[in-house]
Ligand binder design. Structure first.
Ligand code: ZN
Length: 197
């Protein structure tokens, strides 16, 4: 393989879910493009780090500081939704089901990998609880073991700060047949049932 092509293949292979075969297919596709199109792709990648930083209030990715959610006067700034990653903010915004503001932890607690509360944006969250008028913190970390451990740690420190903490519900995903749900999901769905009458 020509060294220039091999360099691109090796770089593409760093992306999640891209093995050597897919990387080679993508690299050959880019090679077939007009050079202006390939340059546009390279430029858009190169510009990312120059244009996008973290919002100093909620720590999501943003071109402006504060980000568009934090600076929107129509958002309810008394409710914070805590998520793991900036991608979670994008998913919530796409769903359009939340009108409060966010706080991005930039990860989850993982003591085995040396990630404790100090490595996440938890002090920054507690600082916000002191300086902003917050009525409720909704903990929306994932329902994985580390997401649950992070949620239970957060609920404790948030309650100690005198603010109401809540956790998003978990259970059967929409459109899923009950018999295909795993045992833990069924157990949680039963535990977090809601009254409909
Ligand atoms: Zn923000």
């Amino acid at each position: 393989m020509p060294p220039a092509l091999e360099r691109l293949v090796n770089n593409l292979m760093r992306l999640p879910g891209i093995g050597e075969k897919s990387a080679t297919r993508l690299a050959l596709q880019i090679l077939r493009w007009p050079s202006a199109q390939a340059r546009e792709l390279a430029d858009s990648i190169a510009m990312l780090h120059d244009c996008i930083g973290l919002c100093s209030r909620c720590f999501t990715f943003s071109e402006k500081d504060p980000c568009s959610v934090c600076s929107d006067p129509k958002r309810d700034s008394s409710v914070i939704c805590v998520v793991e990653e900036p991608g979670d903010v994008l998913a919530m915004e796409k769903a359009g089901c939340f009108n409060g503001i966010y706080h991005v932890l930039q990860g989850v607690l993982a003591p085995m990998d040396g990630i404790g509360p100090e490595q996440l944006k938890i002090k920054e969250l507690l600082k916000r609880l002191e300086t902003e008028e917050i009525d409720e913190v909704i903990i929306a970390t994932s329902s994985t073991a580390s997401g649950e451990a992070t949620a239970s740690y957060l609920s404790q420190v948030i309650s100690e700060a005198g603010v109401k903490a809540s956790r998003i519900a978990c259970g059967i995903p929409m459109g899923t047949d009950l018999k295909y749900a795993d045992q833990l999901t069924l157990k949680k769905a039963m535990e977090f049932r809601t009254n409909i009458s």
